[in-house]
Ligand binder design. Structure first.
Ligand SMILES: *[C@@H]1O[C@H](CO)[C@@H](O)[C@H](O)[C@H]1NC(C)=O
Ligand SMILES: *[C@@H]1O[C@H](CO)[C@@H](O)[C@H](O)[C@H]1NC(C)=O
Ligand SMILES: *[C@@H]1O[C@H](CO)[C@@H](O)[C@H](O)[C@H]1NC(C)=O
Ligand SMILES: *[C@@H]1O[C@H](CO)[C@@H](O)[C@H](O)[C@H]1NC(C)=O
Length: 408
C-alpha cells in the first residue's frame, strides 16, 4: 500500500451525470489519484489492440515512442524497422506514458486523437482507447456541449483524450513500483487480476481503496508492478525513471537502454542498440569503463565491485557515475530480462490455432554481459542484448511470447 501522504484515493462515479442525461451503460468505478506536484511520473496503461495496427500507429495513438512500447513489453527493439511492424488485433500490451497532474488529478494529458469517419465518442473511448477513458470525460475535456456519446464525430476533429493513470509516489508497501492502469474485462475477478500481475488481492484492494472485491466490466483499477527505481538528480530529463521488473526502458534520446530484473531489482543501463555518434560519451570519466561495464576484485573483506552506471540525461549529455561497493560475494555475469521477437498478425493467428507450442523453459535466454574482470563462469557475450536471435526456435518463442503476454 502506498504511504498515506501520496495515496489520497477518490472513488468517483464517473458516469453519474451521464446516467441522468442519456441512456448510457451501468456506472463504472475508477481509481483516481489526487495530486499537487506538477511533475509527471512514469506509468503504464494496459491496452489490448482493437485492430491490427502498425507499431507506429499504436505509438501515435498514445503519443509514445514506438521503441519504448516494445521495451516496456520486453519485445526485441533492435529489429529492423520496428515501427513498421504490424501488431495483431487482440494483443495485450503495456503502453508507457507520462502521468501528469492536471486539475488536481493524475491523468495522461499528452494524447490527441484525430477522429475518422464513423467514430463516435463512445467508440473512441471504448474501442480505440480500450475503456481507459469515457465518452463524458472526452466531451468535458474538449468543451463539447451536449454531444450524444453515440453521435458521429466529424471526421478530422482533433480531440484531447484524457486517460487514467496513477503513480502513488512510485512505491507500493515501501517497495519501488510502477502503476499500470487496467480496465476490468467481463468476468474478471480481483484475485484473477492479482494473479495475472503477480500481486495479491489484498494489495489491489488496498491500493484501489476498495471495500469489497467486487469489480464489474469497465471498472478502472490500478495495479502496482514491482520495479527498479532510479535516483537521477532532479535536473535530469528522465528523473524518476522506474522500470517494471522483467522489462526495459529506452532513454537519453534512444542512446541508453535500462532494464530491471530478473535476478535483482537494481536498474541496469547500457548503451542502446541504436546508439550512434550523435549520442554523447557513455564512458565513465577517469576510467576506461563504458556504461554497464563493471570490474570485480577479490579483497580480504569480500568482492569489490566497481561499475560505470547511468546517472540521467541533461541537455543532450549522458551522465555517468563510477561507483565502488563491497559485496560478500562476486556477482556472476549480468542477466538481462528475456526479450521476445515482435509478434505479427500471422503469428498471432497461428497461436490461436488448436495447440500452441509448449513454453520452453529457458531461464537465462538473454545474452549476458561480463564485467571486465576474469570470471570463472562459462563464456558470455558482451554486446548489448537486443540483437540476440533464436533462429531455430522462432515458433516456440513466439508461443512463449504470446502466452507470457496473455498471462499478464
Ligand atoms: C522479477 O521477475 C522475475 C521473473 O521475470 C521473477 O522471477 C522475480 O521473482 C521478480 N522479482 C520480484 C521482486 O518480484
Ligand atoms: C581523475 O583522477 C585524477 C587523479 O586520480 C584526479 O586528480 C582528477 O580529479 C580526476 N578527474 C575526475 C573528473 O574525476
Ligand atoms: C540546459 O541548457 C539550457 C540552455 O543552454 C540552460 O539554460 C540550462 O540551464 C541547461 N540545463 C541544465 C540542467 O544544465
Ligand atoms: C563495456 O561496455 C560496452 C558497451 O556496452 C561493451 O561493448 C563492452 O563489451 C563492455 N566491455 C566489457 C569488457 O564487458
Amino acid at each position: 500500500m502506498p504511504p498515506p501522504s501520496v495515496s489520497l484515493h477518490l472513488h468517483l462515479l464517473l458516469l453519474l451525470a451521464a446516467a441522468f442525461a442519456s441512456p448510457t451503460p451501468a456506472l463504472s468505478k475508477s481509481t483516481l489519484e489526487s495530486c499537487s506536484s506538477s511533475t509527471a511520473c512514469p506509468a503504464l496503461l494496459s491496452y489490448t489492440l482493437y485492430a491490427d495496427l502498425k507499431l507506429a500507429e499504436l505509438a501515435a495513438l498514445f503519443a509514445a515512442d514506438p521503441l519504448a512500447i516494445l521495451a516496456a513489453n520486453s519485445i526485441d527493439f533492435a529489429v529492423p524497422d520496428p515501427a513498421d511492424r504490424i501488431l495483431p488485433a487482440g494483443l495485450p500490451l503495456r503502453v508507457p506514458v507520462p502521468c501528469a497532474c492536471s486539475d488536481g488529478i493524475r491523468k495522461v494529458t499528452s494524447v490527441r486523437y484525430v477522429s475518422r469517419p464513423g467514430d463516435t465518442l463512445a467508440s473512441i473511448a471504448a474501442s480505440v482507447y480500450g475503456g481507459l477513458t469515457t465518452p463524458d470525460w472526452i466531451r468535458d475535456s474538449n468543451g463539447i456541449l451536449d454531444a450524444d456519446a453515440d453521435a458521429a464525430v466529424d471526421a478530422g476533429t482533433r480531440l484531447f483524450v484524457p486517460l487514467h493513470c496513477a503513480c502513488f509516489g512510485g512505491v507500493d508497501s515501501g517497495v519501488p513500483a510502477v502503476y499500470l492502469t487496467h480496465v476490468v474485462a467481463a468476468g474478471e475477478t480481483v484475485p484473477a487480476i492479482a494473479k495475472r500481475y503477480r500481486t495479491t488481492a489484498n494489495d489491489l484492494m488496498s491500493v484501489n481503496d476498495m471495500a469489497t472485491a467486487d469489480v464489474a466490466a469497465g471498472d478502472i483499477i490500478v495495479v502496482p508492478l514491482t520495479a527498479c527505481a532510479s535516483s537521477f538528480p532532479s535536473y535530469t530529463s528522465d528523473v524518476g525513471m522506474t522500470v517494471a521488473n522483467g522489462t526495459y526502458a529506452i532513454t537519453a534520446n534512444r542512446c541508453v537502454q535500462c532494464s530491471c530484473g530478473p535476478g535483482n531489482l537494481d536498474l541496469f543501463c547500457v548503451p542502446a542498440p541504436l546508439a550512434d555518434s550523435t549520442c554523447s560519451s557513455m564512458q565513465c570519466s577517469n576510467s576506461s569503463m563504458m556504461l554497464g561495464n563493471f570490474t570485480l576484485m577479490m579483497t580480504s573483506a569480500g568482492c569489490s565491485v566497481t561499475s560505470c552506471s547511468y546517472g540521467g540525461y541533461v541537455n543532450g549529455t549522458i551522465l555517468t557515475t563510477l561507483t565502488t561497493s563491497l559485496k560478500p560475494q562476486c556477482p556472476g555475469p549480468h542477466q538481462f530480462p528475456h526479450l521476445m521477437p515482435p509478434p505479427t498478425s500471422s503469428f498471432f493467428e497461428t497461436y490461436l490455432g488448436p495447440s500452441p507450442t509448449p513454453m520452453p523453459s529457458e531461464g537465462g535466454v538473454g545474452p549476458q554481459m561480463a564485467g571486465m574482470a576474469p570470471i570463472s563462469s562459462p563464456p558470455v557475450n558482451s554486446g548489448p542484448p537486443p540483437s540476440h536471435r533464436h533462429v531455430g526456435d522462432v515458433l516456440a518463442l513466439l508461443a512463449l511470447c504470446l502466452v507470457a503476454n496473455l498471462l499478464w
